[in-house]
Design a protein around this ligand. Structure first.
Ligand SMILES: Cc1ncc(COP(=O)(O)O)c(C=O)c1O
Length: 390
């Protein structure tokens, strides 16, 4: 298999991730409950996992990080536990994933909040002037919630400027780093981030089913899920303080520790080295695609402001059909369709044509994977042109 679906989940994982998951599953119990040695070992390792993430994102206090079942869970927590009042406003970008936009739309339907969308153009995926205008005119706005990078076209949003402006106007800033954690440097303090949703299974190379959320102690978040936390067991009310407020029930310790092992591996490998490798392959992919006049590539093409995620189409060809063909005939794993982000497909105008074919690169991608895709397209394009002209 030629694996080019790293934006969905990275594959393979570093060996340490597999061994950590296996070993901790065998040797440790979920922390905060039992008195056994295995349970105490679990508690220590859990703290270490928080410290790894705190180090990676420059989070002052590791206890401001809670572990979740994934970025979707983290975003739902941050958005649904936000202390909304009817009429409050929230701003998002025009290229959000369902994981962020659906909870916001739910809050609009059920809690009477208003949402505002900052316009997109290929060259300017988040119009800062329009954003500032919203902040000046819509006084009800309390939260800004954006992705760091698009999972459809890889365009990176200027989150440091967004955060800085949000804080200048006294608003909280929530960032979805699903596509950027482990790809780009992120510093919650310099970037003015108040809440951040992190996936485990993407570019931090952890397993599926785990993620993390960071919440600054300035945000008066409520609880989202209620249940046992291992603390205050004799009381009825649950604490609304991280990490207990999000780590409810028996947590997925083996997955969390494997996630931390992945994040530590990223740190040890070095973001610069990862970035260089991925950028080199991204350049190769974009140049290869541009060499086919029949292929349309979406979004801006500035390498420095793009994650290694590329959406393209052969106009007139159903993306899913091409995607299936690429795997069935050539063993190339990509993702075709709407990528859970119809807003992004509205923005790039592919919503009525079945979305796009998306190829995405990770640290374990090799030039042969890109070459395989380009060779396959070379063979496929004439076939489709023939059927189109019939
Ligand atoms: C931008 C973005 N946000 C959120 C998510 C959801 O992440 P998770 O699978 O960890 O819930 C994804 C996953 O594809 C994503 O690309």
């Amino acid at each position: 298999m030629f694996y080019l679906d790293n934006a969905a989940t990275t594959w393979p994982k570093p060996e340490i991730v597999y061994t950590t998951q296996n070993q901790s599953f065998r040797e440790m119990f979920s922390p905060k409950r039992g008195t056994s040695k295995a349970s105490r070992a679990g508690s220590e390792k859990l703290m270490h996992a928080r410290q790894v993430l705190a180090g990676l994102f420059n989070i002052a206090d590791p206890l401001q990080i809670g572990f979740t079942s994934g970025c979707t869970h983290s975003l739902n927590f941050a958005i649904q536990a936000f202390p909304w009042q009817p009429g409050d406003g929230v701003v998002m970008s025009a290229i959000e994933h369902h994981a962020l936009s659906r909870p916001i739309r739910k809050m609009a339907r059920e809690r009477g909040i208003q949402f505002f969308v900052v316009p997109y153009t290929d060259e300017n995926p988040f119009d800062m002037a329009n954003f500032e205008n919203l902040l000046q005119t819509e006084l009800s706005i309390r939260l800004i919630a954006t992705t760091h990078a698009s999972n459809v076209i890889g365009s990176v949003l200027p989150i440091q400027e967004i955060g800085s402006l949000a804080h200048r106007y006294g608003k909280f800033y929530l960032v979805d780093v699903a596509q950027s954690a482990g790809v780009l440097p992120i510093d919650v303090q310099t970037f003015h981030i108040d809440m951040m949703a992190v996936p485990g299974h993407k570019s931090l190379y952890g397993p599926p089913g785990v993620g993390a959320v960071y919440v600054s102690d300035k945000v008066p978040l409520n609880t989202f899920l209620e249940g046992g936390t291992g603390n205050d067991s004799g009381k009825h009310p649950m604490q609304s303080k991280l990490p207990e407020s999000v780590e409810v029930g028996t947590i997925a310790l083996p997955g969390i520790l494997a996630f931390a092992a992945g994040a530590q591996w990223v740190q040890e490998t070095g973001l610069d080295k990862i970035h260089l490798h991925e950028k080199h392959l991204l350049k190769m992919l974009l140049e290869g695609l541009h060499a086919f006049p029949e292929i349309m590539v979406y979004g801006h093409q500035r390498l420095e402001e793009k994650t290694p995620v590329v959406s393209f189409n052969i106009p007139g060809v159903e993306p899913k059909e091409l995607g299936n063909q690429l795997f069935d005939t050539y063993g190339i794993a990509i993702r075709a369709g709407f990528h859970c982000a119809p807003m992004a497909h509205e923005a790039i105008q592919t919503i009525h044509s079945g979305g796009t074919v998306r190829a995405s690169i990770g640290y374990f991608t090799q030039p042969e994977d890109i070459e395989a895709l380009l060779q396959a397209l070379k063979k496929e394009i004439p076939r489709y042109n023939v059927s189109c002209s019939l």
